[in-house]
Design a protein around this ligand. Structure first.
Ligand code: FAD
Length: 459
């Protein structure tokens, strides 16, 4: 067990590495436990000394404050992955990251519900619901958990399963969607599915990608919305970004439409037909149709996973989105970059869409309570300002809130509640947008019961 206690004059990054530095200061200590006993010792020490424990996995959560009262429990040694083919399950250590899980599963001919960045901690991802490449077919990661092993704030180690009863049943449910800051996850077991059952071409994922100049925003918005609502196997995304250094139009606003299909090529071509027309390709800087290895499914998001700098994940879960709102959101994205040149290069926005059928069906299964509240929303939007000068925060916040307001126009007109995704809470998140009022009351009661002293920092 390694313990690092900063003296106070160190460079932050020599002590702790996080996806975003927002709200991150030197902690009281960083502990890298090797055993469950180490973790219990940390919990007991924090409890006795009015400190807060923050277990860290991939470090991708932007909503977690870290400071002089924090013991940062870096779970990186708890990175085991054990696939059980007979039981169609995978047991994942509390510090394991997505890329390792995908590799281990694919080696056994299966997959589980993993996020879109190889660097994501799987425990942290699971605790907020877990939205994966396969949400349209299977629902959420929290719908497919077989057991969770935790160290509680009182220092006990418990294994929770769908058969748990009483307070343990409530904790099991709460960890499924509203689980940040309740316990330390030692491991969790998720269901796996055979890759062969997807009937993929050559066991690979069909992908169609168009890269368009910013001037083609109206066309991009129409193309993206023409794919909605997608069938279960189709996962379309639309990204706002800027051409990277070294490319002919470096720094110019650009658009990427990418659609993965988790099924046979012929069905993929039918589902993504609007992206395959000559008109769609005509304005594209690049138009490709490729088959992607399962283990490389997250390669294109590697740049978005880099640690450091200041980032926030302003987001909205939507029922509908109109081409007009997308076009207006893009104009605001471009204007933010123009007014804040140091933030322009890396700031991005992304729309994703999936079929809600599987997640709604899962919610209807009796005795299957989770805290993923907004299963009827099939369009996700995120605006991520990414800057290096903290003075940019005000401008970033104003721009992001404006863009999110814009993409909500259709839902607002229908009188729908404004909601966001737990895994992408922003720093200082208003919790009423994440959970229902009733859910929030229940979660608060579970927190009081399991962690009355607030040993674990919780949103
Ligand atoms: C580039 C990027 C891509 C993303 N893609 C997706 C996606 O496809 N689907 C999706 O659902 N979400 C996605 N997210 C959101 C992500 O799932 C959440 O930010 C998640 O909380 C990150 O977990 P982490 O371990 O990487 O981060 P950390 O900051 O290390 O942890 C985040 C939270 O989880 C807690 N936590 C982590 N490990 C443990 C543990 N072992 N025990 C108890 N608590 C723990 C932390 O204490 C903290 O509260 C993405 C985020 C980014 C930045």
């Amino acid at each position: 067990c390694t313990v690092t206690i900063p003296k106070g004059d160190e460079d932050l990054h020599s002590i702790i590495s996080r996806w975003s530095d927002l709200g991150v200061k030197l902690p009281f200590a960083v502990v890298v436990p090797s055993t469950e006993e180490d973790i219990i010792a940390v919990i007991n020490f924090a409890s006795q000394n009015s400190l807060h424990v923050v277990p860290g996995g991939g470090g991708h959560g932007v909503f977690v404050p870290i400071g002089e009262k924090t013991i940062y429990l870096d779970m990186k040694n708890f990175n085991s992955v054990a696939v059980n083919k007979e039981e169609s399950s995978v047991t994942i250590g509390g510090g394991a990251v997505t890329g390792e899980i995908i590799k281990a599963c694919v080696a056994e001919g299966c997959y589980t519900l993993t996020g879109n960045s190889d660097a994501l901690g799987v425990a942290g991802y699971f605790l907020g619901g877990g939205n994966s490449f396969i949400t349209g077919l299977h629902g959420l990661a929290v719908d497919h958990v077989l057991s969770i092993r935790v160290a509680s704030a009182s220092g006990s180690v418990i294994t929770l399963t769908p058969s748990s009863t009483g307070a343990e049943a409530s904790l099991f449910s709460t960890l499924r969607g509203a689980g940040h800051g309740l316990t330390a996850i030692l491991s969790l077991t998720l269901r796996t599915f055979p890759i062969a059952a997807l009937s993929l071409p050559d066991s690979k994922i069909w992908n169609r990608k168009l890269i368009l100049p910013g001037t083609a925003i109206a066309q991009a918005a129409t193309l993206f919305t023409s794919l909605l609502p997608p069938p279960g196997p189709l996962l379309p995304v639309l990204i706002f970004g800027r051409a990277p250094p070294g490319t002919p139009a470096a720094g110019a606003p650009m658009l990427i439409i990418s659609a993965n299909y988790y099924g046979p090529s012929a069905s993929a071509e039918a589902a993504a037909a609007p992206l395959l027309t000559p008109e769609a390709s005509a304005t594209a800087i690049l138009a490709t149709t490729t088959l992607v290895d399962f283990t490389a499914m997250n390669a294109s998001s590697a740049a978005m996973s880099a640690h450091g700098g200041f980032k926030e994940t302003y987001n909205a879960m939507l029922a509908t989105i109109s081409p007009a709102s997308i076009t207006s959101a893009f104009a605001q994205f471009v204007a933010f970059g123009a007014a804040n040149p140091s933030a322009a290069a890396r700031t991005y926005a992304v729309f994703g869409a999936w079929s809600t059928g599987a997640q709604l069906a899962n919610a209807a299964i009796p005795n299957n309570k989770t805290y993923f509240a907004h299963r009827d929303r099939g369009v996700f939007f995120q605006f991520t300002p990414w800057y290096t000068d903290p003075a940019t925060r005000g401008a970033a916040d104003a721009a992001a809130r404006g863009v999110v307001r814009t993409v909500r126009e259709s839902d607002d007109a229908s009188g729908l509640e404004r909601v966001i995704f737990a895994n992408n809470m922003i720093f200082g998140q208003e919790m009423g947008e994440v959970y229902t009022r009733e859910g929030l009351e229940e979660v608060t009661a579970v927190k009081r019961e399991w962690d009355p002293k607030g040993v674990f920092w919780s949103p």
